[in-house]
Design a protein around this ligand. Sequence first.
Ligand SMILES: Nc1ncnc2c1ncn2[C@@H]1O[C@H](COP(=O)(O)O)[C@@H](O)[C@H]1O
Ligand SMILES: O=P(O)(O)OC[C@H]1O[C@H](OP(=O)(O)OP(=O)(O)O)[C@H](O)[C@@H]1O
Ligand SMILES: [Mg+2]
Ligand SMILES: [Mg+2]
Length: 338
Amino acid sequence: MNVLRGFPVIRSAALTLPTSLGNISDHSRLRLFSGSSNVPLSQEVAHYLGIDLGPMVRKRFADGELYIQIQESIRGCDVYLIQPTCYPVNNNLMELLIMIDACRRASARQITAVIPYYGYARADRKTAGRESITAKLVANLITEAGATRMVAMDLHSGQIQGYFDIPFDHVYSSPVLLDYLAHKNLPDLVVVSPDVGGVARARAFAKKLNDAPLAIIDKRRQAHNVAEVMNLIGDVKGKTAVLVDDMIDTAGTITEGARLLRREGARQVYACATHAVFSPPAVERLSSGVFEEVIVTNTIPVAEELRFDQLRILSVANLLGETIWRVHEDSSVSSMFR
Ligand SMILES: Nc1ncnc2c1ncn2[C@@H]1O[C@H](COP(=O)(O)O)[C@@H](O)[C@H]1O
Ligand SMILES: O=P(O)(O)OC[C@H]1O[C@H](OP(=O)(O)OP(=O)(O)O)[C@H](O)[C@@H]1O
Ligand SMILES: [Mg+2]
Ligand SMILES: [Mg+2]
C-alpha cells in the first residue's frame, strides 16, 4: 500500500479538533453512512470524527436491482452520505440516490450528499448540438431524491455548484497536495495548468507556493478522450514543473503536457491531481518515465493493480471530516482554505 495515511491536513491552529468531538455520538444527531464506492475513505473520515459508520444493509436482488436499508433510527438526524460517483458511475450514482431516498423516508432532518468525486462533471455544458448537460441532470436527480445539502471536492468546473438550489460546500484538496509539495523543497518551481479549464486552480496553487510563476498549456481535443497539446504560454526552461489538474482520466492531457514541458527544457516534471480516475491506458502513460512523481488523493480508490512506483496517494479524509464537522456545527468552511 502506498497511501500516505494520517497526512497532516490540518495545518493551522484554528483547525484543531473541537474537544467535544471525542464523544460526538453521545450527544449529537450527526450520522455518517458510506456507500460502497470508497469504504476505506469513509472509514477514515469516521475515524477523524470519532464516530462509527452507521449500519446499513446493501444488497442486490436476483435481477440486479439494489436494496438499501438504514439499520438504525435516523429520525431528526443530520445525516451525511459519503459516496464518490466514480467507476462504475451509473451504479454508484444510483446507490447514492437510493440512500438519499431511504434517509428522506426515514425522516432525517438534513441529508448531506458528500461526493468527493462528482462523476459526469465534464458534461458541464453543451459542446455540440443535441447533447445532454449530464452534470446538471445528476444535480437534478440528487436534489429530487431528497438531498438538502451538498459537499463535493474539486469539481471539474466550479459552476456545477450553481446547478443545485441547495447549500453547496465546494472544498479543495489543495492543502493536502501543497503540504506534500512544500515538504519536498523543490527548487525553481513553475506551476503549469495543462489546459484552459485548469488555469484558476493552477494560479491559486502557484500563489500558495511562494508565488511561483505560472505557465499554461493550450490543449485541444479533436475527439473524445484524445488530448493534443498545441502551445506553451510561459517559461519552464531549467525549472521544476508541477502540472496541476482536477483529474487524471486516460492521462492523455497530463502526459502530453509533460512531454511538451520536457521538450521546452523543464528539468523535472511532477503531476498533481485530486481525482485518480485512471482509465486505460493511464497507468502505462503515467509510468512511462516522463514524471518524477504522480501525486493524487484518495477521493477515488486506486486498485492495487493500478499502482506504480512514481505514484503517491494522499488522504483527504481529515479534510472531509473537518468539513463535515464544520457544516454540522454551522461554522465556516471557507476559512479552511485561506
Ligand atoms: N466522462 C467523459 N470522458 C471524456 N470526455 C467527456 C466525458 N464527459 C464529457 N466529455 C467530453 O469532454 C469534452 C469537454 O469539453 P472541454 O472543452 O474539454 O471541457 C466534451 O467534448 C464532452 O463531451
Ligand atoms: O486524463 P484525460 O483523459 O486527458 O482527462 C483528464 C482531463 O480532462 C478534463 O479536462 P477537459 O478536457 O474537460 O478540459 P478543461 O479542463 O479545459 O475543461 C480534466 O480537467 C483533465 O484535464
Ligand atoms: Mg472540461
Ligand atoms: Mg482539464
